[in-house]
Design a protein around this ligand. Structure first.
Ligand code: NAD
Ligand code: KPL
Length: 301
């Protein structure tokens, strides 16, 4: 039995694909109010996988359900991940496996520190999913899940091989370089889309030389972490491939939701400071991004 905490876009995407693939899973909602709200339409999810709309009844529960948890997929935003796992601490079995699919970095390490008796795995996800309404889910872009342990010595979970074909996965013992690279790409795009309120494709023109300085600093930062540094080409390719998209950070701004800035650019700037690496262009970007959030009366972290 798998448990998923967080019934948002990705949590529902995992739950829907697992259920369709015949794998038992239960969705943990925040509290009984949320569960009542979810059950108001009979707990039905209309899952549009791009070809078919599936009508699914997902099994839900609250953090105080009595059953122990062996495998937990944590599908909240980065800032909510630690409190979410804390809410089910009393149900986690010794050696429970936590699968963290948050963007950015920082939340994964915080959970590993708070739950030393658990096995912590990170998932870097390229799927795109969104919810047109509370009970509808659209799988907008079929992607891939790169899974690996936060600490390389942690063994590979055997059950991963029984995931349905609809969940495309690969295993990486060294997941950190993957997460760092994604973080670097997000650092170079998302904060600019926030401060200029622009689509991804407009970033190079709007940010101009500032973007190049940021990419250089991000490459230096990756080198300090001991990872490959050739970032510029990848960033240009992502900007081109997602030119018409609003970044997740800009979407959060428009929806007046807290962003994950602190786990993306905030984390990068803190890591640079810890490594005694000057990153003036990234620091200025973080400052301006925070100012933009404050102007919109949103949390600046
Ligand atoms: P979301 O906001 O749609 O879903 C998060 C859900 O977690 C919400 O329903 C929220 O109510 C719930 N939640 C928060 N705290 C909780 C708690 N204590 N107990 C139970 N539920 C709780 O977010 P999302 O789009 O699914 O993104 C989740 C993570 O995945 C983010 O870090 C995001 O950056 C990353 N990601 C998302 C996508 C995507 O396409 N949506 C793609 C790749 C990565
Ligand atoms: O991951 C993204 C995000 O918006 O968070 C990018 C790659 C920038 C695509 O929009």
């Amino acid at each position: 039995m798998l448990h998923i905490i967080g019934a948002g876009s990705l949590g529902l995407l995992w739950a829907a694909r697992l259920q369709l693939g015949g794998i038992a899973c239960r969705l943990i909602l925040r509290n009984s109010n949320r569960q009542e709200q979810w059950l108001r339409n009979g707990g039905i999810l209309a899952f549009n996988d791009g070809a078919t709309v599936h009508t699914l009844q997902l099994a839900t529960e609250t953090p105080d359900a009595p059953t122990p948890i062996r495998h937990l997929i944590v599908a909240t935003k980065a800032y909510a991940a630690l409190p979410a796992v804390e809410s089910v601490r009393h149900r986690l079995q010794q050696g429970a496996e936590l699968f963290l699919l948050q963007n950015g970095l920082g939340s994964q390490q915080a959970i590993a520190d708070a739950f030393p008796e658990c096995r912590v795995y990170c998932i870097s996800i390229t799927d795109g999913a969104w919810r047109p309404s509370e009970h509808e889910l659209t799988w907008a872009g079929r992607g891939h899940n790169t899974i690996g342990p936060l600490h390389p010595a942690t063994p590979q979970p055997t059950w991963l091989s029984s995931l349905p074909d609809s969940i495309s996965t690969s295993w990486r013992t060294d997941i950190l370089p993957v997460l760092w690279r994604k973080l670097a790409v997000n650092c170079a795009i998302n904060p600019f889309t926030l401060i200029y309120d622009c689509r991804n494709g407009d970033v190079p023109e709007r940010a101009d030389g500032w973007l190049d300085q940021c990419i250089t600093e991000l490459e230096q930062l990756l080198a300090r972490q001991g990872f490959d540094t050739d970032l510029a080409e990848q960033i240009q390719a992502v900007i081109l491939a997602t030119a018409n998209n609003s970044s997740s950070t800009r979407q959060d701004l428009h929806a007046r939701r807290r962003t994950e800035l602190d786990y993306i650019l905030g984390y990068a700037c803190r890591a640079a400071r810890e490594a005694d690496l000057p990153t003036p262009a990234l620091d200025q970007l973080l400052e301006q991004a925070r100012e933009t959030l404050q102007q919109h009366q949103l949390p600046a972290d």
